[in-house]
Design a protein. Sequence first.
Length: 256
Amino acid sequence: MVLFDLSFSFHFTAHLLYSPPCKDCLCRSTGIQAEKAIHENLYYIRQFVGSGGSVSQLKLDVSALKAGIGAPSGIVQSSNGDLYFASRLSHSVLKVAFNKVDGTSVVTRIAGTGSMGKGDDDVPATESALNSPYAVAVVEDVNGVVTAVLIADTNNDRIRKLDVSNGKIQTIAGGGEITDDGVAAIDAKVLTPYHVYYDKITGDIFITSYSGNSIQRVFGSNDTIATVAGKCTVSEGLGDEGLLLKPVSRSHASSQ
């Protein structure tokens, strides 16, 4: 018996993954849903992760539909079908592991303590506090095995990296005060990162700096950082090399 059909195509839209309370919400804000075509112009939608419980309380180490996943955002899927996402209000990063052989699943916390804080580096990721993480990205090897998870630790103004091999976490960008380009990423200022993207071709990391009105790039070759979009101030206006007004991920922007 197959309990999970991983041929579903996932909607990476903020109004599906996190919906503010309103009468026009398309779904519960505490679940992840997927759609599957059953006819050329007909779709249906169903919840397959999350029990629809409280947005601020988690229920973990249970199957996907029994889990309490809080307010999910920034979902990504690994090559083997597992899901990784941030649970903002629970200050955690969660993973849904699917077993395609026996049709089972389990939801676990892989980073964050569940309480808001600014955690230490070089400690187990589940013992290092996060502050309202908004998004994650996965790093995979040539065989599609996840080797690291990048975390936008949004209200701590930094990007964290979970090393899957040892379960430890470290800051790889942000936390500093330097605003110049070309400096070490860990010495740089990163303001309210809403999204993080890993370029598997170059090894570079792109960060949307919401409060900084910019997009920053961490070069994988030397771990330095540079602003690649949004370099001027509000008074200088918009246009080429101009200001980005509150950059977010495409999935977040699609609900605006």
